[in-house]
Ligand binder design. Sequence first.
Ligand SMILES: [Zn+2]
Length: 283
Amino acid sequence: MIHQPIILEVAKDTYMINLMGLQAPSLIVGRDRALLLDTGLGNFDMMEIVRRITDKPVMLVLTHAHSDHMGGIGQFQEIHIHPADLPAAQAFDADRLIHEDDRLPTQKEFVAQAAAAFRARPENIFDIPETVMEDRFSERRFIPLQPDQIIDLGGRQVQILEERGHTAGEIAVLDFQSRILFAGDGISPMFSITEADITTARNDLLHIRSHASEFDRIYHGHFGGTDPATLCSAPVSMLDDILQILNDALDGTDPGQPAGSETLRTRSYGSVQLYWHPSKQSQ
Ligand SMILES: [Zn+2]
């Protein structure tokens, strides 16, 4: 059994944190400060993990307001997030309920269930904590990110790129130095676009595609399902596979298959299985 998260240096001063086969927050360290992207479920002391890597000031950015990415916000005083995901983050911070799940379990129940489910997998090698960390700060300040915002970490710049769809305000972070795009859940092997219309999602991904000369690899926000110790970067072609699905759905070439509910559709193409609501309109 492995009792600690595993820190991987994927490029110089650039780290992926393997939260025991669950989530994959990343840490980008500049000369003056570091950017932590996401916090996991809240069952790990993220600042303690970050302090094993750097003692510089840390800026927390959330890719999106899902509880498996923002579960650890209680350990931070300032949280940078897209304005469209701000209400969901504030609601979660206020009551610690899992709003994206209809059953509304508490964060404590959600973490215990998720940890138990992963522990029960025959291939699991991690001693996954089942309890939520105590809040380090009683109040938080949420700071809105701007589309295309450049963040200077001191001798190193990253750019915020909108990636709306999986949530109303998901963002990706483009790191010019490592030439990595950190994409959260919005570019990954299996995900849903249910919180923005697919035209908006397609246009955001086309904008990210226009930056393709600036990155060679994509890391998403989770580790593999069947082999929890593995994290492989995705090629830029994963972005093209998603764009193909969305373009075909929008022009009627391939409307996808019904997926469970009346409105949800799905299609597997290339490296991706995508779920979406074709009727979702822009707000
Ligand atoms: Zn998500």
